[in-house]
Design a protein around this ligand. Structure first.
Ligand code: THU
Length: 136
């Protein structure tokens, strides 16, 4: 999968964000190892603020309803926001669930210089894990 297609999907779905409180609109596009589908998510806020769903976790959910994430783990995720935003702490833990090699690419659609890529293990060192992936 070309990175450009994932970026395009994240930028597109960002328009679906429901963010009347923060006005901070986020789109995410995810690919799984061994599959070509793109799974997208956007943030959905709530009047009870803490119930807000982040774009990254919605994209994980979209993938989970179609594929077994143990068999096809998330491999790369693009997050589109302006200004550029690295995933929040809760999303880092959720993303790290599926392996520490996951690449997180953050983009600002209105700033071509505002791009960066990280490995999830750098964003969340020593993450809490219960699955020994070598044994799955
Ligand atoms: N948000 C995300 O969707 N992903 C992130 O990684 C950071 C924050 C959303 C949550 C909330 O709707 C808005 O951005 C402001 O925090």
């Amino acid at each position: 999968m070309e990175l450009a297609r994932l970026i395009e999907a994240a930028v597109q779905v960002r328009q679906r964000a429901y963010a009347p409180y923060s006005r901070f609109f986020v789109g995410a596009a995810l690919e799984l190892r061994g599959q070509t589908d793109i799974f997208v998510g956007c943030n959905v806020e709530n009047a009870s603020y803490g119930l807000t769903i982040c774009a990254e976790r919605m994209a994980i959910g979209a993938a989970a309803v179609k594929y077994d994430l143990l068999e096809y783990p998330p491999h790369r995720i693009v997050v589109a926001a302006s200004p550029v935003a690295a995933p929040c702490g809760a999303c880092r833990q959720v993303l790290a669930e599926f392996g520490l090699e996951l690449e997180v690419f953050v983009v600002d659609p209105s700033d071509p210089n505002g791009r960066q890529s990280y490995k999830i293990s750098d964003l969340l060192p020593n993450s809490f894990q219960l699955i020994d992936r070598k044994r799955v």
